[in-house]
Design a protein around this ligand. Sequence first.
Ligand code: FA5
Length: 361
Amino acid sequence: MQSKHAILDALEKMRGEFLEQVKKITEELAFEHQAGKLEELRIEFLGKKGKLTQILKGLASVSPQDRAEIGKVSNQLKVEFSNALEQAKSKMKEKYYASLHDAEWIDMSIPPAAELHQHFGGSVHPISLTQKKLENIFTSMGFSILDGPQVETDYYNFGALNFTDDHPAREMQDTFYTEQGHLLRTHTSAVQVRGMKKLKPPMRMIVPGRVFRYEEVDASHEHTFYQMEGMILEKEVSVSHLLYLMQTLLKEIFESEVEVRLRPGYFPFVEPGFELDMRCLLCKGEGCSVCKKTGWVEVLPCGLVHPEVIKSGGLNPDEWQGAAFGLGLNRLVMMEHNIEDIRLFMGAHVPFLSQFKEILN
Ligand code: FA5
């Protein structure tokens, strides 16, 4: 049996301990180690099994009135802790930028100290790592790798893909337009028709690349992100070819079976179209900010190529059939490495990036 005062005392003691640790990390630790330590601290105090939860277990034995008071204090503490962590992070960034400024005065001809080399030796971006892994898988299955312009025409991004001028589906992908009437491609599907014109069928191609959308940014949405388009054109292609391709891809990436579900999906350039979702590996399907509390993450929309698109490629849809998919690379990499926030990819954040010190082979 614990009294209200005992719990409030424990919370106050925990507060002191937390703030002291944050101060210590900010003042004493080299900035490149701070992000990791701050996250450890957050988990130690605020995590599911953290100190706050442990203290609040005592709530069961106090009166409802006292419980409300303690609840209020603990909510205030959470806000205070989050603010302290945010402040520590901005200090960390300041130190980082200051170090870049100092670095301008380094004599570039002196070999870097081992310590510096370890931190700033450069590393491959996690998206590039997974992109390369996928490219290896697909080229081993006879796929060619294609690229296309990031500043595109309306025709290749929309018109050639069976989006009529007033098609409401254009609004599914909010678009950045240039003053000259071009646009930043909203998907790698913009390369489908370019690819059909370039490669003779039967053909298999993938198109990894950067795409842009006028999006509200949050834990799972970026305005600039990466996709990988895949397309095959053969005399006969069925939904089972498509599913086989999708399963192979996910199995190779995750090196084990992952739970997936298939839903009908609508895209003007495929018929039928599907949405392939995978179980959110961050929360194990329990619901988090990345999967928007659904337990599932949209990663792989796909379908059979619409006959109108085959015509746009200058081919006869009675002669050729196709399947296509558009993999969301950022979200796949988030699942692969347990990354909780998509914004980390573009944040130029050294402690984050230096976790991926793998070498490409
Ligand atoms: C498309 O972009 C279609 N071109 C995909 C396609 C290709 C369908 C071929 C059929 C055949 P969608 O808008 O759903 O579809 O985006 C595809 C994937 O990109 C999503 O599943 C998601 O993983 C990722 N994605 C979409 N918007 C964002 C965003 N703002 N930030 C990060 N990832 C995103």
